[in-house]
Design a protein around this ligand. Structure first.
Ligand SMILES: C[S@@+](CC[C@H](N)C(=O)[O-])C[C@H]1O[C@@H](n2cnc3c(N)ncnc32)[C@H](O)[C@@H]1O
Length: 329
């Protein structure tokens, strides 16, 4: 199916949930959906529903008969989106699933390819402001951090399973935390006194490693919590598997847009796109191409797209977002 360009429409991303709190504000909403270019009659996949902001915009722009398959590994996100997207009726199909399993879900629904796929990675504001989920180092809660609560291992389990060396490696690799060694040592000492079970308990252990002055721009626990969350949810593994599958699932001319929030994720997206966009891989000394390889995609974003100052004023949580998009050849 060819992809037609649709006209850009005005969007109003802010919405309040039933508690009157501001819901997750979709990041790079206009930019991401413009790059997806949804059209009527198309089939679109949102692999990270969250609060459904991007999903709703895709539905609006693919009216009257575009279809959206929405996935989230968090059952609560799916339930909340069912209510928000109910007005779109049979055009919406929502499932609790990891996007790395998108091919199976789509096939169960009778689709073997899609016109567009979106991933908006990481956690939603709902996760961060719900203490029981254990994602926030500012709110007291169990040290959980599982997006899919059927996963067997919580952040507390992980901390108690890893040796000091393994924890330091994890904090260095997934959190790019310069004080990884010192934090791992402090955690080891604390574990010897008793189990670490809550978010604030861990945040205080981490803070004890940092001098109080000069004051820091970000909370000392930021990078450690990020690293644990990435590990608990196997976020990088899911992205590697998922993005390859989604590229396969795109129809010719179909588009993919991915929003990342840290350099490890962005690197995976960038490298996957560069590899898929590459044609012949024969050594330059060969006079003729022997590999026959053709580019699989065209990258639509020469550089990653970042939020404009206006969006950052409204939503500082968008500060590290980067968007990349590609079109299947
Ligand atoms: C940043 S939020 C998405 C926000 C959404 N675009 C919106 O407009 O509200 C990320 C969501 O993706 C989900 N998620 C993260 N990794 C996932 C994965 N591998 N598979 C499925 N869902 C995932 C999280 O549970 C979270 O709800």
């Amino acid at each position: 199916m060819g992809v037609r360009e649709c006209r850009t429409r005005k969007v109003n991303p802010a919405s309040a949930d039933k508690d009157g709190q501001v819901e997750h504000l979709p990041v790079l909403l206009r930019e991401a959906v413009d790059l997806l270019a949804p059209c009527s009659g198309g089939v679109y996949l949102d692999g990270t529903l969250g609060a459904g902001g991007h999903a709703e915009e895709i539905l609006k722009r693919s009216a009257p008969d575009g279809v959206l398959v929405g996935l989230d590994q968090d059952a609560e996100a799916v339930d909340r989106c069912k209510a928000r997207l109910a007005p779109y009726g049979a055009r919406v199909m929502l499932r609790q699933s990891n996007f790395r399993d998108a091919a199976g879900v789509l096939s169960d629904l009778g689709y073997d390819a899609v016109d567009g796929a979106l991933l908006d990675l990481g956690v939603s504001s709902f996760h961060l402001r719900t203490p029981e989920r254990g994602f926030s180092f500012r709110l007291e809660g169990p040290l959980d951090m599982r997006m899919d609560r059927s996963r067997p291992q919580t952040a507390a389990d992980l901390i108690h399973t890893l040796s000091r060396q393994e924890l330091a490696k994890l904090l260095r690799e997934y959190g790019e935390e310069p004080r990884a060694g010192a934090i791992a040592k402090a955690v080891e000492k604390a574990k010897a006194r008793g189990p670490i079970t809550t978010t604030i308990q861990l945040a205080e252990i981490i803070s004890s490693v940092f001098p109080p002055y000069p004051p820091r721009r970000i909370h000392p626990a930021t990078k450690t919590f990020q690293a644990l969350r990435i590990a608990v949810n196997d976020e990088l593994g899911a992205l590697r598997d998922g993005i390859d599958d989604l590229l396969r699932l795109l129809k010719p001319g179909g588009r993919i847009a991915v929003i990342t929030f840290h350099s490890l994720e962005d690197r995976i997206v960038k490298q996957t796109f560069v590899a898929a966009a590459k044609g012949c891989i024969c050594p330059p000394r060969l006079p003729l191409c022997g590999c026959g390889r053709k580019p699989g995609i065209t990258v639509l974003t020469k550089r990653s797209v970042v939020p404009a100052d206006k969006e950052l004023e409204r939503n500082p949580a968008a500060r590290s977002a980067r968007l990349r998009a590609a079109r299947k050849v």
